[in-house]
Design a protein around this ligand. Structure first.
Ligand code: AMP
Length: 306
């Protein structure tokens, strides 16, 4: 099944307790594409970059059957830039700089060749852009998932509420779920958020795993206890790309399949954090992914006897 992916393609400057990089490739779309392309093809990307975005980066993704017809290049513009600093716990971070650059003028145009996509991921991006993409689709996809963050809750809440009413599944982290709902309890937050539109909700809890909520049911996925977490940037987008890439591959949107999707997403995210930027995602093989998914299965598999 084809997957339509909307997200940023960016430069990031990152600081973690283990090191610092001034300019590395990032963006929600980039991470999601690297993760999803292990599972499904073709991927049809919607984004915007400046003339400064390296052609080798897009070529590497094109080699994995990621299509760029829907990616606008502004030759004399600058790509989106984000800078963040992680705290010692690696679960929390401060945004130091957000420069929208070409993103400020982004008015996506969905090419005709993208209209056959049954699976859609709206990566973290201005909710107005997410809405525009959905309104251009001529038929309702089988599954629409979206990500968002506090930046959009602070700045564009009305648009965010509109897009929440148009999607099947929202993915946020625990602090974003609390901010969006105004509830401290994650269970109450999930109830309120699902009342805003999405039937399914995934709440990511960093090194404590992720929860999937649907119709009174909750599925809990662990995070793999890793010896070294080097850089958590992009883990959320990687999780989302793995999740929807897997569902697109098996062409199934049932709750049972979503549970497996959450494990696949968690496994992909566990690779992402092992090196700065998308570096680790570029190295891994299908065998590495299978091995990692099996570690997840072993991690929480048990038998009660007697
Ligand atoms: P994550 O760690 O999964 O939340 O994603 C980090 C990626 O999101 C970075 O590579 C950033 O370039 C990108 N990012 C940060 N802020 C924003 C924003 N306001 N809108 C879209 N993408 C963003």
């Amino acid at each position: 099944m084809s997957l339509l992916l909307v997200g940023t393609m960016a430069f990031d400057a990152l600081e973690t307790p283990f090191g610092k990089v001034d300019r590395i490739i990032g963006g929600s779309g980039t991470y999601a594409a690297w993760a999803a392309s292990n599972f499904t093809k073709p991927i049809k990307m919607v984004s915007i970059v400046g003339g400064d975005f390296p052609k080798e980066e897009t070529a590497e993704l094109e080699a994995r059957e990621v299509a760029f017809e829907g990616v606008e290049v502004v030759p004399d513009g600058k790509s989106f830039f984000w800078s963040g600093r992680y705290h010692m716990d690696m679960n929390t971070r401060d945004t130091l700089v957000t420069e929208l650059n070409v993103l400020a003028q982004f008015d996506p145009k969905i090419p005709d060749s993208y209209q056959d996509c049954d699976f859609v991921m709206l990566g973290n991006l201005a909710p107005g852009v997410q809405i525009s993409v959905l309104r251009q689709l001529k038929k309702r996809p089988k599954l629409i998932i979206m990500d968002t963050m506090n930046f959009w809750m602070d700045n564009t809440m009305d648009d965010l509420k509109t897009v929440l009413g148009m999607v099947d599944l929202l993915m946020v982290n625990d602090s974003e779920a609390r901010q969006l709902s105004g509830e401290h309890s994650i269970v109450k937050a999930a109830k309120k958020i699902r009342e805003m539109g999405p039937k399914y909700l995934i709440i990511k809890k960093g090194e404590h795993g992720a929860l999937l909520f649907y119709d009174g049911q909750i599925f809990s996925a662990p995070a793999l206890p890793l010896e070294d977490v080097f850089d958590p940037t992009g883990a959320g987008d990687t999780f989302a790309g793995g999740f929807i890439g897997y569902l697109s591959r098996i062409n199934d949107t049932s709750f049972e399949s979503m549970k497996a999707g959450v494990i696949i997403g968690s496994a992909m995210a566990s690779f992402c954090v092992e090196k700065f930027g998308p570096t680790r995602l570029k190295e891994i093989s299908a065998a590495d992914i299978d091995k990692r998914v099996n570690e997840f299965v072993t991690l929480s598999n048990f038998e009660i006897r007697g």
